[in-house]
Design a protein around this ligand. Structure first.
Ligand code: NAD
Ligand code: GLY
Length: 366
C-alpha cells in the first residue's frame, strides 16, 4: 500500500477543500473522512460497472474506520444520468433513513460524480459529499469545481447546481481497469489544460506520450495533479463561470455539436473535445490570434494519443444549428474560447458564426 502523495487545496472560503492524490490509496478513504469529521452514516453512490471493481475495497476502509455504509448502485451509462435515476436515489436515501447528519460518497466516473453531487446538493436542501473519481476525465475535470447535475431529455446537464465536495480523493491505480478508449478521451481534457493555460505542461505532454499511454504511475500522477492544479487556480478565481472559468470550455462548443449530431454515446465526450480543439485552433489562426504552428502541434499531439482529428461530415448548417442550442449561447451570440498560440486563451464573442466556421472547415457543405 502506498501513501497519499500529495494534496492540492481548492481555496473557496468556507467551501474550501483538498484534493488528495496517490496510488493505491482507496484503502485510506475511511481514515481521511474520519480526520475531516465527515458524517458517520454514508450513502456510497456508484454504478454497476464500478461497484464490483472497487465497492468492497471502499467498504472495508470505511467500515474499519467506523462508518455505516449503504450502497446505491445505479445502472452504468450517460443515458442514466437522468431525473428518473435521481428520483430512485432520493427514494433509497429516504427509505434508508438518511437525514441532515448523513453524507454521500460518489465512486465512479463523471456520470456518477455529477449525479451524486446533485443528489447531495438537493437532498434535504444539501448534505455533505465527497468525490472518489475513477476515470481520467473525472479525476482531472468533473470531480473538481463543484458543477453537479443531470441531463434533461432536451439537453445535457440542464438541471444542476454548483455544489462543492468536502474532499476529492484520487487514486490513479483505479485507471488500470479503465477501457483504453476512456483513457484516451480523458487525456484530451489534459491536453486542453496545456493549450489554454500552460505551455510548459503542453511540451511535457509532447515528451511523455508513451509513458501516459502505458499508464506509468509517475507520469500519470504528474499529469492528473497538474491538471487539477490548473482547474483549482481557475475555479478559485471564478467559481460560478462568470468569467475565466469559461476558458475550460475550450473545444467544447464544436465538441458538443459533434456529440449531439452523431447521437450521444457514439463519440466519447473527450474525443469530441479533441476534434473541437482543432476547429477552435483553426478559427484562432484565421482570426490572427494564433499561428499554424500551434494548430499543427495540437493536431500532432492528439494524433499521437490516437484521438480523432477529423470532423464528422454534416452540413455546416446542422453544426451551426446544434451550436446555437449550446448553454453558452446568450441572446443569440456565441462566445468562443480561442487559443493564443499554446498556453493562453481568451473568450471571443462571435456573431457571424456560419462564416467563421465555413472558413475553418472548407470540407463541410455549406
Ligand atoms: P463515465 O462516468 O460514463 O465513465 C466512463 C465509463 O468508465 C463508464 O462505463 C464507467 O462505468 C466506467 N468506469 C468508471 N471508472 C472505471 C474504472 N476505474 N475502471 C473501469 N471502468 C470504469 O464517463 P466520464 O468520461 O468519466 O464522465 C463523463 C461525464 O462527466 C459526462 O456526463 C459529462 O457531462 C460529465 N462532466 C462533468 C464535468 C463537471 O465539471 N462536472 C466536467 C466534464 C464532464
Ligand atoms: N468542465 C468545465 C468546468 O468545470 O467548468
Amino acid at each position: 500500500m502506498s501513501d497519499i502523495h500529495d494534496l492540492i487545496q481548492v481555496g473557496l472560503l468556507e467551501r474550501s477543500y483538498s484534493i488528495h492524490f496517490g496510488e493505491n490509496i482507496l484503502s485510506q478513504v475511511g481514515e481521511e473522512l474520519k480526520s475531516k469529521k465527515f458524517p458517520s452514516k454514508l450513502a456510497i453512490i456508484t454504478n454497476d460497472r464500478v461497484f464490483p471493481l472497487y465497492g468492497n475495497q471502499i467498504k472495508a476502509s470505511l467500515v474499519t474506520s467506523g462508518y455505516e455504509c449503504h450502497f446505491i448502485v445505479v445502472p452504468d451509462g450517460e443515458q442514466f444520468k437522468s431525473l428518473s435515476t435521481l428520483e430512485s436515489i432520493y427514494d433509497q436515501l429516504i427509505e434508508g433513513g438518511f437525514d441532515r447528519g448523513c453524507g454521500i460518497l460518489a465512486l465512479g466516473g463523471g456520470v456518477v460524480g455529477d449525479m451524486a453531487g446533485y443528489a447531495a446538493a438537493s437532498f434535504l436542501r444539501g448534505i455533505p459529499f465527497v468525490q472518489v473519481p475513477t476515470t481520467i476525465l473525472s479525476q482531472v475535470d468533473s470531480s473538481v469545481g463543484g458543477k453537479t447535475g443531470v441531463n434533461h431529455r432536451l439537453g445535457k446537464n440542464l438541471i444542476g447546481a454548483f455544489y462543492q465536495p468536502k474532499l476529492v480523493l484520487i487514486d490513479i491505480m483505479t485507471l488500470q481497469t479503465l477501457d483504453p478508449r476512456e483513457i484516451r478521451a480523458g487525456i484530451a481534457e489534459i491536453i486542453k489544460y496545456g493549450v489554454i493555460y500552460d505551455a510548459n505542461f503542453f511540451a511535457w505532454l509532447e515528451n511523455n506520450v508513451d509513458k501516459l499511454l502505458r499508464l506509468d504511475s509517475e507520469a500519470l500522477l504528474h499529469a492528473v495533479k497538474r491538471s487539477c492544479q490548473i482547474k483549482a487556480d481557475i475555479v478559485e478565481i471564478d467559481e460560478r463561470e462568470g468569467s475565466i472559468r469559461a476558458l475550460l470550455n475550450y473545444g467544447h462548443t464544436f465538441g458538443h455539436a459533434i456529440e449531439a449530431l452523431c447521437g450521444y454515446g457514439e463519440w466519447r465526450h473527450g474525443e469530441a473535445v479533441a476534434c473541437g480543439m482543432i476547429v477552435a485552433s483553426k478559427i484562432s489562426q484565421n482570426l490572427g490570434l494564433s499561428d499554424g504552428g500551434a494548430t499543427r502541434r495540437i493536431e500532432e499531439l492528439l494524433r499521437r494519443f490516437n484521438l480523432p482529428i477529423k470532423v464528422p461530415i454534416f452540413d455546416l448548417k446542422q453544426y451551426v444549428e446544434a451550436m446555437s442550442r449550446d448553454k453558452k449561447v446568450r441572446a443569440g451570440n456565441l462566445t468562443m474560447v480561442l487559443n493564443l498560440g499554446i498556453g493562453r486563451a481568451k473568450l471571443v464573442p462571435v456573431s457571424n458564426v456560419e462564416d467563421i466556421f465555413r472558413t475553418a472547415l472548407p470540407e463541410l457543405e455549406a
